[in-house]
Design a protein around this ligand. Structure first.
Ligand SMILES: NC(=O)c1ccc[n+]([C@@H]2O[C@H](COP(=O)([O-])OP(=O)(O)OC[C@H]3O[C@@H](n4cnc5c(N)ncnc54)[C@H](O)[C@@H]3O)[C@@H](O)[C@H]2O)c1
Length: 341
């Protein structure tokens, strides 16, 4: 069986998760990993059997045996690594978002195109068993045309301030998944967004220029409308629910829990809390997305989540940011014109 040699840049929460999933795959070999804080990962990486552990990402890019690079470092470093990996002729899996500067994302995608390498973006939710079922029902026409899409996406706890600083803010870092989900489920591009945002969880997030709570309404090109609600802190766990109402019916998916037991006592009726956070809830989805990327390399086919998908979600985030600042609905066309000319 052919295996793909992989190098990973950035070994924080998501880099380590991908490394561990890839280490279990029969078709992948994590040959090298780099991070600016190699002291923090050396022991973990060696235990996983990774040959090269380095602060120097060039060692990965110059290794002729490495076919693909996973970019899992902080968002503000993605563009540099995408360009370097493409120029080195490596296929790329890049965590979301590619960047929070649309011009830079556009340029990076052009470089990827010029060098003929594949680029998959880390929109893992497309591989979630619940959301795949909704897409399947829509594909089969069982729900008719989508009219209303409701996405609830709330984290159990905000990230650390160092993360917030380089993340691009709630709209580019967190809601970006929901903007992608909105496109995925509606089967349409977004035409216009309107955002109400607030700082209700932690004033320090506001002092960093970010928000921690948001409601975004969307109009789609196919006429459907949608609403996304985000919070950085839901005290009961990771709240990830979706409802799609269409001309032929309605579908909703609720949160996954560790078990489905429901118990009743004199105090009330109870069930398990939702799974704690993304690492738990999307465990299977992360495996499916990396396997799909390996398939695309081994079978030389298109990746299932493209650079264009990254670009379109970032464009929605940019329009959302403008809407938040200017306190008015902003069309995607207007945002694109303002940013790209
Ligand atoms: N798809 C998802 O569900 C998901 C979930 C979490 C994070 N992410 C994305 O993954 C990326 C990393 O997030 P995280 O939660 O793992 O963050 P993290 O802070 O836990 O880890 C980032 C790692 O990158 C390293 N790093 C920072 N700058 C670097 C550079 N220039 N070169 C090499 N290494 C560098 C840091 O030392 C750290 O180990 C972000 O872009 C984030 O948006 C995606």
């Amino acid at each position: 069986m052919k295996t793909v040699n992989i190098g990973i840049i950035g070994a924080g929460r998501i880099g380590q998760l991908h490394a561990e999933n890839l280490a279990r795959s029969k078709r992948a070999n994590v040959k090298a990993i780099s991070d600016i804080r190699v002291d923090l990962i050396e022991q973990w990486a060696r235990a996983l059997g990774i040959e090269t552990v380095t602060t120097d990402s060039r060692k990965l890019l110059e290794d002729p045996e490495i076919e693909a690079i996973f970019i899992c470092s902080s968002t503000d470093s993605h563009i540099t690594y995408i360009e370097a990996a493409a120029k080195a002729g490596k296929h790329i899996f890049c965590e979301k978002p590619v960047s929070f500067d649309l011009k830079q994302t556009k340029r990076a995608l052009e470089i990827v195109e010029e060098h003929g390498v594949k680029l998959q973006t880390g929109f893992n939710r497309r591989f979630d068993h619940n959301f795949m079922k909704i897409r399947h029902l829509l594909n089969e026409g069982r729900l008719g045309d989508p009219h209303i899409i409701k996405i609830t996406s709330r984290d159990p706890n905000p990230p650390g301030y160092d993360y917030v600083r380089v993340s691009g803010g709630l709209l580019f870092d967190m809601a970006i998944h929901d903007f992608d989900m909105a496109r995925f489920l509606s089967g349409s591009e977004v035409a216009e967004v309107y955002v109400q945002g607030a700082v209700l969880v932690d004033p320090a997030i506001g002092e960093l220029g970010d928000i921690d709570t948001a409601v975004t309404t969307l109009k789609f090109e196919n006429g459907a409308i949608g609403v996304i609600d985000n919070s950085r802190k839901a005290v009961y766990g990771y709240d990830q629910r979706v409802e799609v109402f269409g001309s032929g019916g309605n579908v909703s998916v609720s949160n996954d829990s560790d078990n489905s037991a429901e118990w009743s006592t004199a105090e009330g009726v109870f069930r398990e809390k939702p799974k704690y956070f993304f690492l738990e809830r999307y465990q299977e989805a992360y495996i499916r997305e990396t396997e799909a990327f390996i398939d695309a390399i081994l079978e030389n086919k298109d990746v299932p989540v493209s650079g264009r998908d990254a670009y379109m979600a970032e464009l929605i985030a940019a329009a959302a940011k403008q809407s938040l600042t200017e306190k008015r609905p902003v069309s995607i066309q207007e945002a694109a014109k303002g940013l790209l000319g």
